[in-house]
Design a binder for this molecule. Sequence first.
Ligand SMILES: [Zn+2]
Length: 445
Amino acid sequence: MPLTTYWLEHAWLDTNVEPGVALEVTDGRIAAVRTGVETPPPGAVVLRGLTIPGLANAHSHAFHRALRGTVQVGSGTFWTWREVMYTVAQRLTPDSYFALARAVYAEMALAGITSVGEFHYLHHAPGGSPYADPNAMGEALIAAAGEAGIRITLLDTAYLSSGFGAAPERHQLRFTDGTAEKWAERVSALKEREGVRIGAAIHSVRAVPADQLATVAQWAGARNAPLHVHLSEQTAENDACLAAHGMTPTQLLAEHGVLGARTTGVHNTHLTDGDITLLGTSTTGTCMCPTTERDLADGIGPAVALQRAGSPLSLGSDSHAVIDLLEEARAMELNERLRTRTRGHWTAAALLRAATTDGHAALGWRDAGVLETGALADFTTIALDTVRTAGPVPRLAAETAVFAATAADVHHVVVGGRTVVRDGAHVSVPDVGEALATAIAALRN
Ligand SMILES: [Zn+2]
């Protein structure tokens, strides 16, 4: 691949904003980073605004995008929302899921997201019988990410029970492989390829019986693969776990070898002090999904305490009530401000780190999420001259991006040296709005 030089008007280099940076890219990687380049070198691609490493959306259920708006009518709880979500899940086929996910991942690309962690549990045909290719649904998601131009870590999810060993309910038959061994057998047939990592997930301590947790953890361990788990999103899960096992979900995961540096707990909302210590000392990650957690009335997780204890933070848009990683980043800080009535729990740089470097690490992309020589050439440019971002001095561009910009201010995205979004338009999915409308309408009829 020939060498391409990008001239970045402003670049976020680890902890600070540098004006005038030349980025040389070849073979999908950053070959050189030069600072103090005041004017664009001849032939360089000029990117005005603030360029940051690509954003990592560490927790996604692509099909939940079909629920946007429709679940905002009436009252209820997480559990009533889940019933509506199940009815959409019933209608999806490999073809219709491909069409929906392609559009959703294109929406992510437009928002500056260059990697998605897809927490995928919709495996089988309605009624639970496997497709001819038992990974047809997972392959549809992988193909969708490829068409949308972003990286995917398919977090193939074990979902075996409706709760602590109880048989799956009717709607959950599409999710279950029967046993963790059978889950492992199916997932082992999925192959990594360019832009694709295969990881594992435990849906929750509700959905995987305790005596099968280790099977999933060992599968991930043998492959050095990321392992994600929904953890203590709801107090009802904690209560049921205490009743069934006499310990919290975090303690149960620790007991069965699930925690560790490759593992990420998603939500980590309702934790005891002991849980926080267990997660921190094992360096288990925490993926916060603040826009979903507030949408579903989950509560506010102890992200500050978790990070202080040693748990790295990442961010996800989860149910896709909105897809905007900048909003996720500031929401984590703003939630803490409301709870504590004090400001400044994280700097903009620390929030960007969660949205980029640490998010990528949680998805197994340890060579992405930074603008440095040798890293994958994944980056996102945020305009600093829009109605939302104009005004502040360039030195405060990161603060502007995190606390005022939205996904709509992203105007250029490069993944692996390929331009995916140019001047605010997706390069390979010409009308993302229409693609979303068509894919979602097809599920309604
Ligand atoms: Zn989730």
